[in-house]
Design a protein around this ligand. Structure first.
Ligand SMILES: [Zn+2]
Length: 133
């Protein structure tokens, strides 16, 4: 399955264009993630996509010291964060710009910029996170 044929297609297309779009119920306003076609809160069919700033806090993180399949383009060690996007509660995985390997703190504010990782010649859009404090 391609990342461009599912309910989250607008997310991937916007991220490739440098923007963060997230889905929201078109009726009750509940944020939906992963993207779907029906609201989990009210059952409404239909969503709208809203642009959000790439501002978040660290929900959790891990540092990878050994390459594994699909990560060959990343220099090890690399730090992955589960970032909770401000004011909507949606959590997204991304890479933390972590050149000094200072352990992140849960709840630490971070800001993102668009980037990509490579997998078998395919440029996959991602958010590259940096500390704001
Ligand atoms: Zn709803």
């Amino acid at each position: 399955m391609s990342r461009l044929d599912g309910a989250d297609r607008p997310y991937w297309e916007a991220l490739a264009d440098g923007r963060l779009l997230l889905p929201r119920c078109d009726d009750c306003g509940h944020w939906l993630w992963p993207a779907g076609h029906r609201c989990g809160a009210c059952g409404h069919l239909g969503m709208r996509w809203e642009e959000r700033p790439m501002a978040a806090t660290i929900f959790t993180w891990t540092r990878t010291w050994h390459p594994f399949d699909g990560t060959q383009s990343l220099e090890v060690p690399f730090t992955t964060v589960l970032a909770e996007i401000d004011d909507c509660g949606i959590r997204l995985l991304g890479l933390l710009d972590d050149p000094d390997r200072v352990d992140p703190r849960i709840g630490e504010p971070i800001s993102g910029r668009p980037g990509h990782t490579m997998n078998e010649g395919d440029a996959i859009p991602t958010i590259l996170w940096s500390r704001t404090s």
